[in-house]
Write a protein that binds this ligand. Structure first.
Ligand code: PLP
Length: 381
């Protein structure tokens, strides 16, 4: 048995269609007026149209960035830094990605924001409606909530967020990185003002992300430079990466429903196999609507990092939390916010499937996991 890559929420292997599209992308500078520049401009604008179609947006509403992290920074920082003395607040859920959490902290530390209000989640990782109402008030400029958790796959009710924000006169930013290409996402009907998406979670290349900006929302550019991206993000666009991003989005959204059903069936089969073979295992967010590709497990009494290393040796790539928190010894703040104690949060293992995942991968993991968990529990005892 070869390797089984089951860490798509961290990144996905490049789709073959994407490699082909990138190889055909023009190399010129899209701001140049000569033929080479015009060819690159045509590629760039074609990719913008393709991505816009996949998102239900208009092409001019998209700002290409170098990553979703950058898009999240632009979305939040871009709304602050107004006239001195004006110090609005942000509200964000307790299960946000570090690129949102740290940006909010930086805005507060620099004095541009008066404070950041946390929206508490329940045991399934869903926003508590009363916490949402409490956190969003007249001083809130923006509410930032992810569409789907990178750690548990749990989906948030964005309609409720939009309603609470509108009642308070606040804007809404949605980090849709993990949802896009896995479940339907239509920015026109979502009701939000800013939406972040990323290329490499879909089987596109690293180095490309995008922010959808509702017409009329004024953002301060965070990278000063040329007039690229309608003056919203300086820097020569990475045309091949953007072409690859658009192709990944096109392919992922073309057969979205069939693929979502295929992945959900694999995920459910995986869970049945594990539940039968491993005592004491639990799935996080089981009672909530979730992404079809993500299974977030806890194995009380074992250490998640030990599980990860054991699996890696056995040929399976998974994650002990989000890739950004893996490597730090702290338990995931998102899992703690869901009410897990520290020991249980440290025993988490995230399995995430994607376009190249097969039944053989699921069987591989189901076969090797019971012994690895037993060993990890012995080591921790
Ligand atoms: N937001 C979420 C929910 C994510 O899962 C990630 C990546 O893990 C990001 C943002 C950042 O994406 P990128 O790697 O494109 O910066």
């Amino acid at each position: 048995m070869g390797r089984s890559y089951l860490d798509y929420n961290a990144t996905a292997p490049l789709r073959p269609e994407v490699s082909r599209a990138m190889a055909g992308a023009a190399w010129g500078n899209p701001s140049s007026l000569h033929a080479e520049g015009r060819a690159a401009r045509a590629c760039l604008e074609g990719a913008r149209e393709t991505l816009a179609r996949a998102l239900g947006a208009r092409p001019a509403e998209l700002v290409f960035t170098g990553s979703a992290t950058e898009a999240n920074n632009l979305a939040l920082r871009g709304l602050f830094g107004g006239p001195a003395g004006e110090r609005p607040r942000l509200a964000l859920s307790q299960v946000e990605h570090p690129s949102v959490v740290q940006t909010a902290r930086a805005l507060v530390a620099s004095g541009q924001a008066e404070g950041a209000d946390a929206i508490a989640v329940d045991g399934e990782g869903r926003l508590r409606p009363e916490a949402l109402r409490r956190a969003v008030g007249r001083q809130t400029r923006v509410v930032s909530v992810l569409a789907a958790s990178n750690e548990t796959g749990v989906l948030q009710d964005i309609g409720a967020v939009v309603e609470a924000a509108r009642a308070a006169g606040a804007l809404v930013h949605v980090d849709a990185v993990q949802r896009f290409g896995r479940l339907p996402l239509d920015v026109a009907s979502l009701g939000a003002d800013l939406v972040t998406v990323s290329s490499h979670k879909l089987g596109g290349p690293r180095g490309a992300g995008a922010l959808w900006v509702r017409p009329g929302v004024a953002l301060r550019p965070q990278i000063a430079g040329g007039h690229q991206e309608r003056n919203r993000r300086g820097g020569t666009e990475d045309v091949p990466a953007i072409v690859g991003f658009a192709e990944a989005a096109r392919v992922a959204t073309a057969d979205l429903e069939t693929e979502a059903r295929r992945l959900a069936a694999l995920r459910d089969r995986l869970w049945e196999g594990i539940a039968e073979a491993v005592p004491g295992v639990r799935v996080l967010g089981l009672a909530a609507p979730r992404l079809p590709n993500t299974l977030s497990l806890v194995f009380p009494g074992a250490d998640g990092e030990a599980l990860l290393f054991g699996l890696d040796l056995a040929g399976v790539a998974a994650s002990s939390g989000s890739a950004c928190t893996a490597g730090s010894l702290e338990p995931s703040p998102a899992l703690l916010a869901m009410g897990l104690d520290e020991g249980t949060a440290r025993s988490a293992l995230r399995v995430s499937l994607g376009w190249a995942s097969t039944a053989a991968d699921v069987e591989h993991l189901t076969r090797v996991l019971p012994d690895i968990v037993a060993r990890a529990r012995q080591e921790a005892a």
